[in-house]
Design a protein around this ligand. Structure first.
Ligand SMILES: Cc1cc2nc3c(=O)[nH]c(=O)nc-3n(C[C@H](O)[C@H](O)[C@H](O)COP(=O)(O)O)c2cc1C
Length: 191
């Protein structure tokens, strides 16, 4: 089974990457895993040309063209991002907005896939982190591309405690990966 993981932080080895790697590591032995750090791709924001309404494809020729087939057909789609002002990073939001062709033409993606969201946030929960608002927006997006969110994990308070020291969260990520591996055993998805 194929897994596409989009990592939204500019920090390749930051908190989000640590959480993502805890999740992906157990899956690498049994699944084909591709991690893309979207901040290092050339992906322009949607220019609202609406060409995808008539042609069914995005006409902007950049690195997003290589991502479309993964987002349309890979069995598991993972989004990982730090919370930036109650949303995902601008670079990951650009990817999300460039998925308008899936909204315009829902038949051009596989359904019955699995969506995963991993978030990190600097503030402690008691101060309001923006994790829930970010999750709400991502949930709608993942339904749109046919990979509804089945698993959501967040690590908060990273300003005080780095993710690499949040052992309970890292163990939860590994445990969630095992659940996913079980759910996708034998090429069938059963969440
Ligand atoms: C521009 C910017 C906006 C941020 N906004 C929030 C926020 O709304 N809520 C929050 O809890 N943390 C916020 N943070 C903190 C990051 O979410 C936190 O440091 C995160 O764990 C960084 O992950 P990374 O190391 O993968 O980049 C913000 C950080 C930056 C740079």
């Amino acid at each position: 089974m194929r897994i596409i993981a989009l990592q939204g932080s500019p920090r390749r080895d930051g908190h989000t990457a640590a959480l993502l790697e805890s999740f992906l590591s157990p899956l690498r032995a049994t699944h084909t895993v591709k991690r893309i750090d979207v901040c290092y791709q050339h992906i322009l924001p949607c220019q609202s040309c609406y060409a995808c309404q008539s042609s069914s494809a995005c006409v902007t020729d950049d690195d997003m063209q290589d991502l479309y087939s993964h987002l349309a057909y890979d069995d598991v789609v993972v989004l990982a991002s730090p919370v930036y002002f109650y949303g995902v990073t601008a670079q990951l939001k650009a990817v999300i907005d460039r998925c308008q062709p899936f909204w315009a033409n829902p038949s051009q993606r596989k359904t019955t896939r699995v969506g995963v969201l991993l978030l990190t946030a600097g503030a402690p929960d008691a101060h309001g982190t923006g994790v829930s608002t970010t999750e709400s927006a991502v949930r709608i997006f993942m339904a749109c591309i046919g990979a509804p969110l089945s698993y959501v994990l967040s690590a908060t308070n990273t300003d005080a405690v780095p993710v690499c020291k949040q052992h309970a969260v890292l163990e939860a990520a590994a445990a969630t990966a095992k659940k996913l591996a079980h759910a996708t055993k034998g090429g069938e998805i059963c969440v």
